[in-house]
Design a protein around this ligand. Sequence first.
Ligand code: KG4
Ligand code: ZN
Length: 356
Amino acid sequence: MSLILGIETSCDETASAVVRDGRDVLSNVVASQNELHEEYGGVVPEIASRAHVERIAPVVERALRDAGVRLADLHAVAVGNRPGLIGSLLVGVSAAKALAWSLGVPIIGVDHVHAHLYAGLLRDGAAQDAGTATTAAPLFPALGLVVSGGHTVLYHVHDALQLERLGSTIDDAVGEAYDKAAVILGLGHAGGPKVDALARGGNDRAVAFPVSRVAPDSLDFSFSGLKTSLLYKVRGFPGQELAPPPLDDARRADLAASFQHAAVAALVMKMERALDRLASAGTPARTLIIGGGVSANSKLREQARQLADRRRITLVIPAMRFCTDNAAMIAGLAHARLARGQSDTLSLCAVPTTGA
Ligand code: KG4
Ligand code: ZN
């Protein structure tokens, strides 16, 4: 049996969790800083790192208390040490080092983006809300898609620790495009989930937004054209006299639905392409693994299910509370490293960029 304490501070969530044997989440504490960044319309790095400093100790204490675990019971301390805001990462890495050193247990650094793909393997006491990977069937090789506020990446996943990047966004991440769409539609900061909710009441064919292909065979993504297109629909095309229709509730819902339709269509198109690519290379994917904040999106979840059914492959997608940033996914992926005899030393660094 292994008990790993996870710590996650890469952006604006201070999080800690205790995970048993890489699967069972005994506690999952996430302190969001949304209220601190709201008035600036985006995450302010200096404010984020100061808030992490204030919150990290109580958040770790709470994670241990919720799990009913003492510090002395821990077998390792895991931390997301890359990628992210450097000041934010440093708080988590320093806290993890202090704990690992004082307890005399290994410290394990993991890549936050890779950890998002581990989130669908987590489960907890509430079985109905467990991730979808509950069978013992072999998962790999798999196609992985991470869709978050900072990243949109496709991977050929050989196993939890070996990921080969197939493509990524050349401009905005899809979550970032959702957040900017929310601002354009007047829904405020960190509004991705609000766009999703609003879209449910709108007509997704009301406005034909561009679905970016990037290039005929490309597995890269581009979302900045979609965002600009929405901006022009709301504010009018620069230099054109014609005023756009008034942004009433019905129009707002139609724009949200049409935006969501185009964003998800781009993701599905690239997943289809990547599945074809893997199949023709003789390594067909057994599984489609999705993670990251936007994996909470209702339309993406519905379309991913249909895609997996069409292709007769398994879909692994996290339970809702493990989609956005959390430390359970960090502890989970760290378990995979520990099981292979891998750990780090106290010279572990915070690194702003991702490994692959
Ligand atoms: O993974 P995450 O918590 O942070 C990063 O690693 O970036 O992802 C946060 C992103 C935000 O952009 C947020 O708006 C988006 O995920 N998000 C959603 C939904 N829930 C969260 N976007 C669209 N629909 C949702 N339901
Ligand atoms: Zn994330």
